[in-house]
Design a protein around this ligand. Structure first.
Ligand code: CP3
Length: 343
């Protein structure tokens, strides 16, 4: 096993951490903007396997990252389940909403998603063929809670109020929706693995708003179910879980879910996370994405701090969240050079 990311995920402490970046294919890159314009819009890009593979490869060519992440979106799955999905320019995603049991019952069954998602699987197949031998291919899906927040609210919101309200007012409908998404996510990720994804990552971007028993019931348990089902079908498949802004919920998350690696956002310090999370295995993260905008000595210092803090255990270097459109590609280069010079 030579790929660095796979070695880190297997628990090996490497002299310098392998690197990739959330949203590494994105609007901060002129070549991405050009390909998106060629596709027409963001969703057409996601469903065009040749162009989706092209934008996945762009940051690999430019920066030589150790992993490529499939270019797609967590909201393609709700669309495959029957929700309407569109993107409002400059605002973000919009979906038709589900707030009743009849709405949940009207969703397609988990195994009926594959025709709609066939272009995504084709993108994975192209990438498995075309990626350099040393680059790991990561597939992904949204975690059930995060996907449910969009399906219930019809859009992103800072506090996920609509989803919390449904959970309080009609728990049976809320739980039924979480269960439907959980089952469909197993099918979706399993097909990505069959198509050639070597690692999968579950994005629970809004896990931070689940508190107490809700965190256990709707962040930990669905992830544990998905991970157990995937590992039964694909023994040895490495899985990264990202319960963003979980705070103390990061502690023990890998053990409780069976994840091989926990991805950390930058609201926790790397020193704290090394002591409390990395003790259980590989971690990924967690440089603040803002450094890709501001650059300079602070970028170098904080990059070295993250590398140093996690140097005694398995670590994959990444940002704490996605790189933003106003970031500079030169700052990405500086970050990579700093990480690779740190060994
Ligand atoms: O990381 C990668 O490069 C892989 C591709 C990827 C995208 N979205 C492409 C994308 C991945 C892994 C995602 C995950 C995703 N999508 C999440 C979870 C991770 C996170 O960021 O918290 C969420 C919540 C979504 C839903 C989503 N998609 C939102 C809220 C938005 C709008 C925000 C924005 O940045 O505009 C998107 C759009 C989106 N997904 C873009 C990209 C490159 C920008 C779209 C564009 O090109 O106009």
């Amino acid at each position: 096993m030579t790929k660095l990311i796979l070695r880190a995920l297997a628990g090996e402490t490497l002299p310098t951490p392998p690197i990739w970046m959330m949203r590494q294919a994105g609007r901060y890159l002129p070549e991405y903007r050009a390909t998106r314009a060629e596709a027409g819009d963001f969703l057409k890009l996601c469903y065009n396997p040749d162009l989706a593979a092209e934008v996945t490869l762009q940051p690999i060519r430019r920066f030589g990252f150790d992993a490529a992440i499939l270019f797609a979106d967590i909201l393609l799955l709700p669309q495959a389940l029957g929700a309407d999905l569109w993107f409002e320019t400059g605002e973000g995603p919009r979906l038709s909403t589900i707030t009743t049991m009849a709405g949940v019952d009207a969703l397609k069954p988990a195994d009926a998603i594959h025709d709609h998602l066939a272009p995504v699987y084709e993108t994975v197949r192209i990438l498995a063929r075309e990626l350099p031998a040393e680059t790991t291919l990561i597939g992904f899906a949204g975690a059930p809670w995060t996907v449910a927040t969009y399906m219930i609210g019809g859009r992103g919101s800072p506090d996920q109020a609509a989803a919390h309200a449904l959970k309080a007012a009609d728990r049976a409908t809320f739980v039924a929706l979480i269960d439907r998404i959980t089952d469909a996510t197993v099918e979706y990720l399993s097909m990505q693995v069959q198509a050639g994804a070597e690692v999968v990552k579950l994005f629970d971007s809004w896990a931070g708003s689940l508190k107490g028993q809700d965190f256990t019931d709707f962040a930990v348990k669905p992830a544990a179910r998905i991970i157990a089902a995937l590992k039964a079908r694909h023994p040895g498949l490495p899985i990264i879980a990202f319960p963003r802004e979980a705070g103390d919920g990061y502690v023990g998350f890998a053990k409780a879910t069976g994840a091989d690696c926990v991805a950390l956002d930058n609201s926790v310090t790397p020193e704290w996370a090394a002591e409390h999370v990395q003790v259980d295995g590989c971690v990924q993260g967690n440089l603040a994405p803002g450094h890709m905008v501001t650059g300079g000595q602070a970028l170098v210092d904080e990059t070295q701090r993250v590398v140093q803090a996690f140097s005694k255990g398995p670590h994959i270097f990444n940002l704490g969240h996605g790189i933003t459109p106003d970031a500079s590609p030169d700052n990405v280069t500086l970050m990579i050079e700093t990480v690779r010079a740190s060994g």
